[in-house]
Design a protein around this ligand. Sequence first.
Ligand SMILES: Nc1ncnc2c1ncn2[C@@H]1O[C@H](COP(=O)(O)OP(=O)(O)OP(=O)(O)O)[C@@H](O)[C@H]1O
Ligand SMILES: [Mg+2]
Length: 948
Amino acid sequence: MSSLQIRESTLDIEKLGDLDQLPTATNGNDQVNIPGKQVPAVYEKVALFSRIPASAIFDLLPGSSPLGLSDEAARSALERHGPNILIAERGPQAILLLISAIANPFNFILIALAIVSIATGDKATFSVMIAMVILSTGLRFWQDLKSVSQAAKLLNSVTTRVRVLRANKEVELDRRDIVPGDVLVLTSGDVFPGDCVLFAAEALSVGQASLTGELMPVDKTVRLALPLSEHNFDILDNENICLAGTSVATGSGRAMVIATGGETYLASIAKALAKKRTLNAMQIGIRNVSYLLLTFMAVMAPIVFVVQGAISKNWKGAVFFAISVAVGITPEMLPMVVASNLALSAVRVARKKVIVKRLDAIQNLGAITILCSDKTGTLTIDHVQVSVSTTGFGDHAELPLKLAYINSALQTGTRSLIDRGIVDFASKEFSKSTDEGGGEGVNPHDWVKFGEVPFDSTRRLLSVLVSRSGTDEKGLLITKGAVEEVLDHCTQVYDYPSSPPSLPSSGKLGEFKPNSVLPLTGDIQRQILATAEQLNSDGLRLVAVAYKSSVAMPFTTLSKQDESELVFVGFIGFLDPLKPDAADAIDRLAKLGVKVRILTGDAPAVAAKVARDLGILSSKSASEKDFMITGSQLAALSVDRPEFDQAIERCIVFAKVSPHQKLQIVERLRKGGGGRAVAFLGDGVNDALAIRAADVGISVDSGTETAKEAADVILLEKSLDVIAHGVLQGRITYIVRFFNTMKYIKMAASSNFGNVFSVLVASAWLPYQPMRPLQLLFQNLLYDFSQSTIPWDNVDPEYLATPKSWNAKSIARFMVFLGPTSSVFDICVFSLNWFRYRIRDAASPLVPLAQTNWFLEGAITQVFIIHFLRTGKIPFFQSRASLPVISLTSIVMCCVLAIPYIPKLNSALGMAAPEPEFYGFLAAILVGYAGLVHLMKIAYQRVFQEWL
Ligand SMILES: Nc1ncnc2c1ncn2[C@@H]1O[C@H](COP(=O)(O)OP(=O)(O)OP(=O)(O)O)[C@@H](O)[C@H]1O
Ligand SMILES: [Mg+2]
């Protein structure tokens, strides 16, 4: 029948044949003509399924059925379509990383200068310049590559679980194994693993914020009939289509996957979705410093050219000399220095079971000063246990638990801790006595569900309409939910027999007389609320239970309107104990300057109890109420009045807040306090919006898929302490990166400044080039190489305590004060060449010796002094560089000393072996230089109170 209907429609399905032949997201944007509208080819599959009725969808995909794929069909589909991974998740391809490593201004300058050299036939200079490009780009590329593979490995440790039918059995699979044709079993909190078409739905609404930014979930239903031929297709607006990356907000249903991985709509827009992040203070600082150094180069190179040319009258030589000086000033290793060390930290926190989904999240985590947290499952253990079942007046009664059991066991809308807790407890409690005679049993298998209004965090109610297996025409509506919300819908209260049965638990509803009710007077209502308050402040999480009997079975679905004129039955109280390490963790966070706020949908009294136990709300404080606010109080404040912001700033506990209010609070906290970073920790569907909005969204591995999908950081271990660890690690990462970058910049800037100063002195004095352009370049290459381990250097522990901000002035100051110290010793070498070796003439055969002498002195001091500039303390004794830095600087110094004796290389560079006594002078210069720098350091720190 379905195929007939399809043939009648305007769609030519037969022509389409096997759906696998359809164009997919990777095929570009060719237009395909689907009647009614031009649809980009990428969306053709979705467009097609959006138009056909549920009864026909399985005809379109060979092997598919409402009972799920057979294992074999699934296997072959997986082979054909590949694992369900977005291209974006695989990380950028190596070639793109390489391009981005090459594309920076420093490389462009080097490459341009290299081209100038090769154009004049100077192959040696060309080779050295290209070697520099390869060194800096290669290291950067290698690091990026490592980071990407590291990040991918981390992501792999977080699995997204999806419930599907395979061969008519419900199984939970890793998202990556989902293939087109799979049948999803949906409940709230599930994230769609691919583009899907619905064929069963009950009060289903879907949050599309991840795709559209739209906060309100949209309702989705099954398409029952064919649409009219005129159909304005809009990919984001189809009642029966749910796109990959969106998630079930409420309700339940079944859907068939039609596209996975790179073929989904999400994949086609993944690039556009990647959050465009504005540059942070450090990135802006680095950019400015780069411009500063480039400007310095643009000014100094021509000056060097003119001075050299005018004095030596060798203008061609002066061009190359000036070019080499320009290259020397270029901080070509900067991009590589900045890029590193995030991957390393990510791996370090991963050992503590904290997984960052994006590498830069680790640094953001280090920056947070406020942590907002949901309560259950994050601050408290994720196992709520039924503790009491009472009447509205606090007397023990089994009826509330029995009714709640039926409700929890038959509902399909959520997989919440509460429902799991009730089912686990009640099934054990009542299993013993179900089969004894008389009355209605509470075994859920004996009941048939006729309708359901799923739980949502704004309404806070969950209702099912049930009847004892097909026996009645009228049913029993059982509603449970938050206390005030349930009471609001009640008009009567159940009248328990005068002595409530304290008999051993029975699996019967036998004693339940639905019609024995009393009106719910204001007085009774107050008593019920007082009971709730009492139980809450003992730390019990409450769910109220109510019912309505003799409800007519609806033709269509049950609706919220049916939740009226209910009869109040009582409470179920849950123990929701704190995680054992929670208070300690919060203490540690406080020491790191991170304040904790609780944002919960639960009642104020429980929230306050938790806050008190955690030590974030002082029990002594008489004005505890000042630090608490409820959702309705917050809603009463006008958003654009200062009172609203003040309340959010002041309060520590936010109770009974809706998902949207959680988001609002996070946004306000982020805005206040001058760009501070706010984290949100949550596990539920109701937390996803706030998680997404926070600077760092955190979720737990046991949380709902929606929350995990929105999060930047996932805690694999159920311990809060790991957050404190993550924050600390994030801070260390930031500070190490900051100071090592600063080290590199200050060293590069000051040594360049000194070199240019020496070059100018030499140009004005010596009638020959003080060093050959090629030697200058080679020296620079060696220096670059010796600095390539700076990102892995140690940072003095004092710096960890002082968060620093970027300061360009401090860099300029450092450059001007420390730079010329090296020139003092350069001038010593010039003097040695002039007075002792009497090299005073461009025609002298000893010019190579003079040049070699300066090459050696310049290269050795530059590398040696890294150890002095990297710390404000006495190097080697008070502060030691990390092993890679010590090794590499030592190796480079040995190489420098060896160069004049290496055949071929020495002649290529135009070097001569120095006089043996020169090494004595060199040693003296090193000692003198180290001494002078140390004195400068003491003076500098005394005057400016800082070093790096
Ligand atoms: N499955 C459910 N059935 C009935 N009532 C529920 C259910 N889940 C929650 N409630 C009620 O709604 C209230 C709010 O719960 P919800 O889970 O939306 O808030 P939350 O912000 O996630 O709370 P928490 O901070 O404790 O995790 C609960 O205190 C409970 O009374
Ligand atoms: Mg929760």
